[in-house]
Design a protein around this ligand. Sequence first.
Ligand SMILES: Nc1ncnc2c1ncn2[C@@H]1O[C@H](COP(=O)(O)OP(=O)(O)OP(=O)(O)O)[C@@H](O)[C@H]1O
Length: 257
Amino acid sequence: MAAGNSFLHVDGLSMRFGGLLAVDGIAFDVKEREIFAIIGPNGAGKTTVFNCISGFYRPTTGNIRLQGQDIAGQGSHSVALNGLVRTFQNVRLFKHMTVLENLLVAQHRHLSTNLLSGLFKTRSYRESEQKALENALHWLDYMGLREFVNREAGNLAYGHQRRLEIARCMVTKPRVLMLDEPAAGLNPQEKKDLQGLIEKLRQEYGVAVLLIEHDMSLVMGVSERILVMEYGRPIALGTPDAIQKDERVIKAYLGEE
Ligand SMILES: Nc1ncnc2c1ncn2[C@@H]1O[C@H](COP(=O)(O)OP(=O)(O)OP(=O)(O)O)[C@@H](O)[C@H]1O
């Protein structure tokens, strides 16, 4: 078990693609209910870190522990069952399914029923289907998407698709919610709403939030701690105040202009 109240523990994380060391020696802890951001210039390795943590890549080296349990290289389904789920930089919904169907499908691998009980529509199967439906409707209300319940997901406005993606994570009752550039493509009001939503999800559902984001006002406004990466390596880790004053961080960002 990791020290202190560390919830998600990452250390010595590296990922090599052929000759490119895309992630090199990344280490950090996310505490229970913490809002933690990873920032850095384009190509710094942030999404690769996300892909390793969420089970999409098997890291070249490193430990990843969720509540003390080793999840490195387990695969995304297994990691999701352990309570860690994510959104993607480019929204990935089932675009031809309805909004409701997207939320029902997301819950299927979490239901405590098997194929046979589904085939024979046993009572426990029907009960868990009913619960899944209630849960989906709850999240549609929560996200202000109820009026679109039967709309094809691909026909929603972009900001609504982003909210549906977060709802699709939340229906699985995660412990850690990972958001990959959630503010990308949102208008200023939607960005403000997103900040409120992230804080509310943490407060009301007890999730820890791990965030990659380029929008600095969102990052600085919502995060408790921030890890800054450059060329695959960590260059700073600290509070928003400390990060904004850090010489190496300022240089990394000015160098990007
Ligand atoms: N599957 C892959 N195969 C080969 N190289 C990859 C792969 N995925 C990422 N890379 C490379 O690894 C480096 C880090 O990419 P990554 O997408 O993790 O950066 P990022 O910080 O998320 O960037 P951005 O802010 O632009 O999304 C880049 O040089 C990228 O080209």
